[in-house]
Design a protein around this ligand. Structure first.
Ligand code: NAP
Length: 296
């Protein structure tokens, strides 16, 4: 038996990997929302969502999409938030909870909070789950299973709205944690944004090599390089926006990384075997920790 839905009308602004995964869980469970409304920019995406049958209403006009919704979730690249919010803010229903899934949180508060109409509630969130694929076909209902979702509540915000979004993510299969946006942005800078920056860089460095070497790189790409290419296959718009909207924390982590990489390089140059081994051991320890926490 399906329990009482958390929301009456759930509007997903953006229906790519994350938005369509939410829509799929909502359809499958039946206790997240009575009606699922999906909005995207392009006719192609909207047509595909209709074909997939993962939303009850497919709405090309963002302002119309949010009308009457008691929950609106931004599932677009973080660089698109400010423009989209200007369009939808005047149409938000009284009491509406506005949430999101963006990979940065400071920028989300900066771009959404000032435009929130009185009587509506902003609850920023970030499901720490994803793949390198994008678009409505990439989503799947199990994406959030056993993965963390970070909620960064607005100081002085409505605790009932925060609890509803927490319950929403628990029903999606997530483990929920709360955090302030500054800490969130630092944590994701090291665990997600810097690794992507390194992957994009390593692939473009390989691409810069002479033609024959490149062939060899592709031919012999085993473990290490191949793992980087998976991460580097991620969506350019999404990642451009993440880098530009988590500038400070990302540059801080990059600075530390470059220092540490130089130190390891120096140890290699001077044959400091013990230092090198210690760094490798620390890597192994982190990997073991992830496996023990079932996050590998
Ligand atoms: P995606 O698969 O590329 O989908 C993006 C969706 O947003 C598409 O439906 C796109 O519509 C729509 N869109 C883009 N700009 C828009 C605009 N100005 N107005 C209306 N719709 C617009 O992206 P995603 O991977 O789901 O990422 C969505 C959000 O989730 C991002 O903020 C990202 O930071 C966050 N996130 C991503 C991951 C991940 O691993 N991918 C993980 C956690 C969080 P069209 O198809 O019509 O262009």
């Amino acid at each position: 038996m399906v329990g009482e839905p958390l929301f009456d009308r759930l509007c997903l602004l953006g229906i790519g990997l994350i938005g369509s995964s939410i829509a799929r869980v909502a359809k499958q469970r039946g206790d997240l929302a009575r009606t699922i409304v999906a909005h995207a920019r392009s006719a192609a995406t909207l047509d595909r969502v209709r074909e997939l049958g993962i939303a009850d209403v497919v709405e090309p006009d963002a302002a119309k999409a949010v009308e009457g919704a008691d929950c609106v979730i931004f599932c677009v690249p973080v660089g698109a938030y400010a423009g989209l919010m200007k369009v939808v803010a005047p149409h938000l229903a009284p009491g509406c909870i506005v949430s999101d899934v963006g990979s940065t949180k400071g920028s989300v508060v900066r771009d959404l909070l000032p435009l929130m109409p009185p009587g509506t509630h902003l609850v920023p969130a970030h499901p720490m789950a994803g793949t390198e694929h994008s678009g409505p076909d990439a989503g799947f209902a199990e994406l959030f299973d056993g993965r963390y979702t970070m909620i960064t509540p607005i100081p002085g915000g409505d605790p009932a709205a925060v609890e509803k979004i927490a319950e929403f993510w628990r029903r999606c299969g997530s483990m929920v944690e709360t955090m302030d946006p500054v800490t969130h942005d630092k944590v994701v800078a090291i665990v997600s944004h810097l690794p992507h920056l390194i992957a994009f860089t390593i692939c473009s460095t390989a691409d810069d090599l002479a033609e024959e070497t490149k062939e060899a790189v592709l031919k012999f790409a085993a473990g290490g390089f191949r793992d980087f290419t998976r991460i580097a296959a991620s969506d350019p718009t999404m990642w451009r926006d993440v880098f530009l909207n988590n500038r400070e924390a990302l540059l801080e982590m990059l600075g530390r990384f470059v220092e540490d990489a130089h130190a390891l390089g120096r140890a290699v140059r001077w044959g400091q075997a013990e230092y090198i081994e210690d760094r490798i051991q620390r890597g192994r320890k982190i990997r073991r920790g992830l496996i023990e926490r079932h996050q590998a």
